[in-house]
Ligand binder design. Structure first.
Ligand SMILES: Cc1cc2nc3c(=O)[nH]c(=O)nc-3n(C[C@H](O)[C@H](O)[C@H](O)COP(=O)(O)OP(=O)(O)OC[C@H]3O[C@@H](n4cnc5c(N)ncnc54)[C@H](O)[C@@H]3O)c2cc1C
Length: 345
């Protein structure tokens, strides 16, 4: 590495990667972002659904990744409030179901009009390549190249930032930093089956937006249409339902149609209504959330090898969740920038 402006490849366009890329670009580095998905946002995701309706096609978005997030740190609150002023984030104070096990506590936040909106805004005007699964990172001389499906997709980078879940990062790290690969592989991540869909409004009525059932297969039930800036269809209810990690673990390989039927039945029990479904789908997240902070998190919230120009960030390195991912992305960008400045002296 030389000079203060580095060419940096950021792999992963979730909140960690988007934050890292934006912070690096603002510091004057030339950043290119790669993601395997069609869009950005990672686990801050929204499934777009077109429903047949009597009048016209109704398009709505169901937030099947993180439904909302909390804010604890002052710096993150500052960032979130800036996002609110820019119309990208909104406060949400859901009405809790009386049969809920516990309260998430405090105000929650959602991105608007959908969850990936925040990452889209952070990545605005940055070079981005989607539908590109990076399956190898190669160092030749002082620069890095990225590989996908046996071909080099980009090269000439001074540094690579991996902003992907730890188990996926491990596969790319093995050759370069086997110690990191082993640590990443060991990070405990929880899987979650998610049911999303729309029904006719429950006949029993439903005076809550969020439920945390105390027992059974469901961990969380969200009325997606009660969140700020979401489409509301008259006479209908929109649901996003998370199974518990234990239930998910026991049904990891159960066919999706069976999982869907079981979660629909569990939701009907929770709501106290048979529910007439208009649309339903399930999604299995293998690495949804951090099980618990591993206890050996890096103090900076990111891993950085200045000698190689290789770094890792993501929720798992900074306590988990959207806030952890944001902190980690920023931390890695700061480490890269500090190393670049140090090179000049
Ligand atoms: C169901 C669910 C519920 C959640 N609930 C909450 C909650 O209530 N509160 C909270 O704070 N957080 C919650 N989270 C967690 C939160 O969404 C994550 O902590 C955060 O979004 C992680 O951001 P990230 O950038 O670290 O990773 P990700 O969002 O996973 O981003 C990684 C990106 O890398 C891409 N990628 C992966 N491998 C490759 C590859 N080889 N090549 C190219 N691209 C690749 C992926 O497509 C993805 O876009 C929840 C998550 C889920 C799934």
């Amino acid at each position: 590495m030389s000079g203060t402006s580095l060419r940096v490849a950021v792999v992963g366009a979730g909140i960690a990667g988007a934050t890292c890329a934006r912070t690096l670009a603002d510091a004057g580095h030339a950043v290119q972002v790669f993601d395997k998905s069609r869009g950005v946002g990672g686990r801050m995701s929204t499934r777009r659904v077109t429903l047949d309706s009597a009048d016209a096609d109704a398009v709505l978005g169901l937030d099947h990744g993180t439904p909302c997030f909390a804010v604890t740190g002052a710096e993150f609150l500052d960032f979130v409030e800036q996002g609110q002023r820019a119309g990208l984030l909104a406060r949400w104070t859901p009405r809790l179901a009386s049969h809920s096990a516990g309260l998430p506590g405090g105000v929650m936040w959602v991105a608007t009009p959908d969850m990936p909106a925040l990452c889209r805004a952070l990545l605005k005007d940055l070079p981005l390549r989607t539908l590109c699964t990076v399956d190898g990172v190669r160092r030749s001389g002082a620069t890095w190249s990225l590989e996908s499906a046996g071909a080099t997709v980009a090269d000439g980078f001074d540094a690579v930032a991996l902003a992907i879940p730890p188990q996926q990062a491990a596969a790319l790290l093995g050759v370069h930093r086997p110690d990191w690969a082993a640590r990443a592989q060991a990070v405990p991540m929880l899987p979650v089956w998610v049911l999303m869909g729309t029904t006719d409004a429950p006949a029993t009525g439903c005076d809550w937006d969020l439920a945390l059932p105390a027992s059974g297969p469901l961990a969380l039930v969200v009325r997606n249409d009660a969140k700020p800036a979401r489409a509301v269809l008259a006479g209908q209810a929109q649901w996003v339902v998370h199974a518990t990690p234990d239930w998910t673990g026991a049904h990891l390989d159960t066919p999706a149609d069976q999982v869907q039927a079981m979660l629909q039945a569990a939701l009907a029990d929770c709501v106290g209504d048979a529910l007439a479904w208009r649309f339903a789908a399930v999604h299995r997240w293998l690495y949804a959330t951090l099980a618990a902070a591993p206890g050996d998190e890096p103090a900076d919230g990111a891993w950085w090898d200045a000698g190689m120009g290789l770094g890792v960030c993501g929720d798992a390195l900074a306590g988990g969740g959207v806030e952890g991912a944001w902190r980690s992305g920023r931390a890695l960008a700061a480490l890269v920038t500090a190393a670049a400045s140090g090179d000049q002296t």
